[in-house]
Design a protein around this ligand. Structure first.
Ligand SMILES: *[C@@H]1O[C@H](CO)[C@@H](O)[C@H](O)[C@H]1NC(C)=O
Ligand SMILES: *[C@@H]1O[C@H](CO)[C@@H](O)[C@H](O)[C@H]1NC(C)=O
Ligand SMILES: *[C@@H]1O[C@H](CO)[C@@H](O)[C@H](O)[C@H]1NC(C)=O
Ligand SMILES: *[C@@H]1O[C@H](CO)[C@@H](O)[C@H](O)[C@H]1NC(C)=O
Ligand SMILES: *[C@@H]1O[C@H](CO)[C@@H](O)[C@H](O)[C@H]1NC(C)=O
Ligand SMILES: *[C@@H]1O[C@H](CO)[C@@H](O)[C@H](O)[C@H]1NC(C)=O
Ligand SMILES: *[C@@H]1O[C@H](CO)[C@@H](O)[C@H](O)[C@H]1NC(C)=O
Length: 531
């Protein structure tokens, strides 16, 4: 009996870890240092600069990706005959219970260890075709609740540590959080549960400690300066803020709740991918060798089989590169696709922020007030993936003047449309994620996410359905009908919420700043409405 209770607590401790990381990520972008800025005229993408164009995916998500066939990837567990609900029932992340021995044996086997019921068949890139199973945002929220309230969803640590008790305590305090109905700086409707968010945030500030392994060679490891701009910049910004954090870092790994593997998936790709090789094998090997080093040099990985280890990775390939032993880690990914192997409740969706100039990471925040937003829906972008051509087929030559659905347009017009539209369509490209989600939020445009199985950023904390519209890919023909059916009153409230959520999507230099701290003119954002 006692043993069972013990297991239960450990399970809860794991959940707490996830929650703490989540809010840790939120911490870095919570609050805003607002600068008056000139409009962006160029976008720096990957290694190139694309003057006047917004299409962020052009270079970095290049054809080498589209062509990709990595035979070593993806286990085949998908059963097409099963309905979504059936598959959902069987959806359950299993930690790789790599006893040291099993871990050794799994070396060299390139298939992902946990069998994921939604994973596509071997050799099949999930991005070329619509997914066979679609998980709605409501279902994702349910998965989250289930996982966080479930009694046992983690591996028991092999041996105890003081941090286990601290995590258990934190978990209990979060569960018993004092009821907060209203808050001066946090707008309650945005969050799943304001009381829980506030309490976990406080506890994070008071107790969370992160250890960063100093191992790993530059520039792939520990060199955030190399990745502060472009569409993958989020991983660089997180790394920089984490590595310079006074509050959260500890030099004593026995005091750490989380262990950070500080690599850049983008630099990994730039340095090791052999052009036209269509193989990620050496990238995967590089990361595996790193884990081998960590496993053999420190006891911490073995204690929890890596489940208190995390990394952030924004490159499209990161999910595929971090299977195998990494599947136990908290994987914070921009390419957060629940239809591949993203585990809701364990993994964390990292916002993809396209940063044109590192001195001004948030760009030219602002946009029209609702009455001055005369365009119903806006989209512009290259024809990457299968969704965008469908979108353009239906809407680019629509007689309805309030539908502005384009192929690629110039950057200036793109920003203007974002600021003048009610709804901004964030359609899947090659992968589920798109920098448009963050752009829409920062320009005050209600995001319309057309990307089946995309897990939106900070799902753990934010109630996405309260400020964004989710349209399934097969509903593209009904897009206008869906949008005009949203009553004006509801739209105005959604717009307000988008403005209120902006602060969670901004990066700023230095230590995390709480938005109610003095000197942080948060209100400028909302006042900055253009007429
Ligand atoms: C969860 O359950 C499994 C099997 O029922 C058990 O082996 C494992 O130790 C449990 N883990 C925790 C953390 O309770
Ligand atoms: C960008 O990268 C490509 C291929 O990696 C290379 O051929 C090209 O010279 C680079 N361009 C610049 C401006 O560095
Ligand atoms: C975008 O990509 C296409 C195809 O890869 C290339 O031909 C074109 O030059 C790129 N555009 C820019 C602005 O780099
Ligand atoms: C559907 O899933 C269940 C449970 O995982 C499995 O037993 C069954 O064989 C599947 N059905 C088909 C048609 O694949
Ligand atoms: C962790 O387990 C692996 C596999 O048994 C072993 O090779 C390694 O030495 C262990 N690490 C430490 C630090 O003991
Ligand atoms: C790799 O793992 C798969 C699935 O567990 C197994 O069928 C296969 O035999 C393994 N291959 C090697 C080389 O161990
Ligand atoms: C939020 O969480 C607190 C603490 O667990 C709980 O008392 C409260 O009922 C929850 N509120 C909502 C709206 O779920």
């Amino acid at each position: 009996m006692d043993q069972i209770r013990g297991f239960r607590f450990l399970g809860q401790a794991e959940t707490c870890r996830v929650l703490l990381l989540m809010t840790l990520v939120v911490a870095f972008i919570l609050g805003l240092q607002y600068f008056e800025l000139t409009p962006i005229s160029t976008g720096t993408l990957g290694n190139g600069t694309v003057p006047g164009f917004i299409e962020s995916n052009n270079i970095t998500k290049s054809d080498e990706n589209e062509m990709f066939l990595a035979p070593q990837e993806a286990t085949s567990e998908f059963r097409p005959g099963n309905s979504t609900t059936e598959v959902l029932k069987s959806y359950e992340h299993k930690f790789v219970n790599n006893s040291p021995k099993a871990y050794g044996q799994s070396r060299g086997n390139e298939t992902a260890s946990p069998h994921h019921p939604l994973q596509p068949k071997k050799h099949e890139s999930s991005t070329k075709k619509p997914p066979l199973v679609v998980i709605s945002i409501t279902q994702m929220n349910n998965m989250l609740v289930k996982r966080h309230s479930g009694p046992n969803n983690s591996l028991a640590p092999r041996w105890g540590s003081n941090v286990d008790r601290e995590l258990r305590d934190a978990r209990n305090k979060i569960k018993n959080a004092a009821l907060v109905k209203k808050d001066d700086t946090l707008y309650a409707p945005l969050y799943h549960n304001l009381s829980i968010f506030k309490r976990s945030y406080e506890l994070m500030e008071q107790t969370l400690k992160v250890y960063i392994y100093s191992d790993g060679d530059r520039p792939i490891f520990h060199q955030p300066e190399a990745i502060m701009e472009g569409v993958y910049a989020s991983e660089g910004w997180f790394m920089k803020l984490m590595e310079t954090s006074h509050r959260f870092l500890t030099k004593d790994p026995t005091k750490a709740h989380l262990f950070y593997l500080a690599f850049s998936s983008r630099i990994l790709q730039q340095k090791l991918y052999v052009r036209d090789s269509h193989s990620r094998r050496n990238l995967v090997k590089y990361l595996r060798d790193y884990i081998d080093l960590i496993v053999s040099s420190y006891p911490f990985w073995n204690r929890t089989r890596g489940s208190d280890h995390f990394f952030t990775a924004c490159h499209d390939w990161a999910p595929a590169e971090t299977r195998g032993p990494y599947m136990n880690c908290i994987r914070s990914l921009c390419n957060a696709d629940v239809g591949i192997d993203f585990v809701v409740g364990k993994d964390v969706s990292l916002p993809e922020t396209k940063i044109s100039a590192a001195q001004n990471p948030n760009g030219n925040v602002g946009g029209n007030r609702p009455s001055k937003r005369t365009i119903l829906a806006f989209f512009a972008g290259n024809m990457h993936g299968y969704v965008r051509p469908i979108l353009l087929n239906h809407w680019s030559s629509s007689p309805e003047p309030d539908m502005k659905i384009f192929n690629r347009i110039n950057h200036k017009s793109y920003i203007r449309f974002m600021k003048q539209s009610r709804f901004c369509v964030c359609a899947k490209g090659y992968e589920v994620n798109s920098p448009r989600v963050v752009e829409s939020v920062l320009y005050g445009c209600v995001p319309v996410i057309i990307s089946d199985n995309f897990v939106p950023p900070f799902l753990e904390v934010l109630d996405w359905e309260s400020f964004a519209v989710f349209v399934s890919e097969k509903e593209i023909p009904n897009l206008r009908k869906i949008l005009i059916s949203i009553p004006l009153r509801r739209y105005v409230e959604m717009h307000k919420r988008v403005l209120k959520v902006q602060k969670h999507f901004m990066w700023h230099d230095g230590e995390p700043v709480r938005d109610h701290e003095p000197g942080n003119p948060q209100s400028h954002v909302t006042n900055k409405q253009q007429d």
